[in-house]
Design a protein. Sequence first.
Length: 266
Amino acid sequence: MKYSGWPEPGELVVGEIDEIADFGVFVDLDQYEGKRGLCHISEVASGWIKNVRDHVREGQTVVAKVLEVDRSSNQIDLSIKDVNEHQRKETIQDWKNERKADNWMLIALGEDVDDDRYTAVANALLREYDSLYDAFEASAIRGLEALEGVEVDDDAAAAIVDTARENVSVPYVDVTGYVDLESTAADGVDDVKAALEAAEGNGQIPDGVELEVGYVGSPEYRIKVRAPDYKTAEAQLEAAAERAREAIESAGGVGSFHRERHEDDE
């Protein structure tokens, strides 16, 4: 998807060098439809430059910083040298992600989707998310819940979720904690079993989260959580432990949560 507007000064943009002159290089901006920028020779690289072609080549994809925009003269001044390696890698990765998201949009909406429908759905997603890639990633993790605030029709929402779950590699993190559950009641085994079932969430674990409870050695039980990010994983781990503690204590037992095993696994 190409933006129809103009980049802002200070913005990092991706483009292809389509012409090299003695005074600088012209860059076709990939993200902005019909926009072309000029990087003066003094902004191509640090230090004195004898030959621009020693530093760049035609057809090369570059990341540049927007220095100035003059809409009246249709001029965009760029700097390649002002972009450090970290910024370059991060911007290129974001650009690659958006190219993937573009392709996923065509899979979801159909290769023959007309421009108006594509733009309407894309803009609806961008009103809720920073990028199309973010929208697809959230859809892969949370399903239709991720699109509840997005103004798209049901068919588009379902197609986006299906496409996301088939194509998006979702980053996950794993966290582990432990609960001690003890009951001296005659039916204490059943009380512990009920507490473990409570820890598992009784089917109420959010989409995109995997939770597993396992036996370590009485009275210690392991809770493993896999989630898209640490904040979610930690919250779900603590919630599971709290459910187990409340369940065992309501039955007259004792429960506690700790992050490390009392003893190393054998």
